[in-house]
Design a protein. Sequence first.
Length: 94
Amino acid sequence: MKKQMEPLTEQESAFAAEHHQMVSRYLNRKELPEDEYYDVVVFGYLHGVQKYFRREDLRRQYAFSTIAWSAMNTCLINLSLIHISEPTRRVVIS
């Protein structure tokens, strides 16, 4: 079972709002329609915000954009894995 994301702190929330355009840039760069993929990658973005604030080792080593893009990529990969593992529905015609 996947654990739920913790709520953002006020500082994380303000930072996320300030840099939110990164989600649109990510979708544009990947040539993904926003109406289909925004809900998928935005959670990766918010997870990236949390990682950036809560893990000083990452903050010292990487730019926020690197952490956020990696987290958004992970969400897309997870979505792909879900679709791959779904059984194919077949219609039987008799």
